[in-house]
Write a protein that binds this ligand. Sequence first.
Ligand code: GDP
Length: 333
Amino acid sequence: VSRQNLTVQEYIDGILRGDITILSRAVTLVESNRVDHQQIAQQIIEGCLPHSGKSMRIGITGVPGAGKSTSIDAFGMHLIKQGRKLAVLAIDPSSERSGGSILGDKTRMDKLSKEKNAFIRPSPSAGSLGGVARKTRETIILCEAAGFDMIFVETVGVGQSETAVHSMVDFFLLIQLAGTGDELQGIKRGIMEMADGIIINKADGDNIDKANLAASHFRNALHLFPLADSGWKPRVLTYSGFYSLGIKEIWDMVDEYRHFTLDNGFFYEKRQRQTKWWMYEAINDELRHSFYSNERVQAIQSSIEARVLSDSISPFIGAHEMIKTYFESIKNE
Ligand code: GDP
């Protein structure tokens, strides 16, 4: 089907058949901010939802240069040789500003980009982190309905994007490098706490000893963290993405995690928590948007701000007045 406009049912049928062209076009609709595109996209997602969920979703993070693309190429080839179908998605809220996303860029994944069982999609450039993350989560559903049973969500290991990724994956992999002996420096505790596996890349050549040393530092640090809700103790492994060493061990670990959490019930419990989180996240977003774009709120905003700043009213009274104005205007609509 190459017509300009497909019906919602044609999109859904195409995705369920595993038609990559139609999948890509549907993802483009998901990523679009046009109201008519969003309407179709939401119907496609709804149609795909009953066919989604049957994959392993993996978050992959690491600072630039840690070897994310090299590693994803190696991991992906390992999984595809096992007969799996892999989708590589990305969350990069900076892509809007920088005018293009480097994450999930096909040219960075040499071998994988030639595989028909790999679907690589760069980060949507929707602007805000919340917006980008939501689109990625919706794209996961479409990819799963299209038969992809392994989903990677790549993000840069700086800032807030890890939290967004964590809220949509089953297993979180943190890529680290052996450094100068203080590898723990500069790594936010929160990021380490999210990791189900810490993998130390570039364990090759002269770097092997340093990588092993780094691994033992990480293991010691992890001992200090309380046991996660999953009951899973995060592991630390060394590997080389470039030379494809230690790759099997990483994916054996992920398999083990899957079995462990399926057995203790955490696997689906976590997915349900995430689904709930996204619903409330969507409510918060919509309310915030409705509030700040309300004309009557906008009309009083700067004068209330001025009164708060000059201490003539407290910030709470200022907030209350704006909210009261908002609800009055909604009632009269
Ligand atoms: P990204 O920015 O996290 O995606 O990192 P890249 O995958 O682009 O890798 C950054 C640099 O590290 C590149 O020059 C890679 O060739 C190199 N690199 C990646 N993995 C390895 C590895 O396992 N061993 C070695 N020695 N170099 C690597």
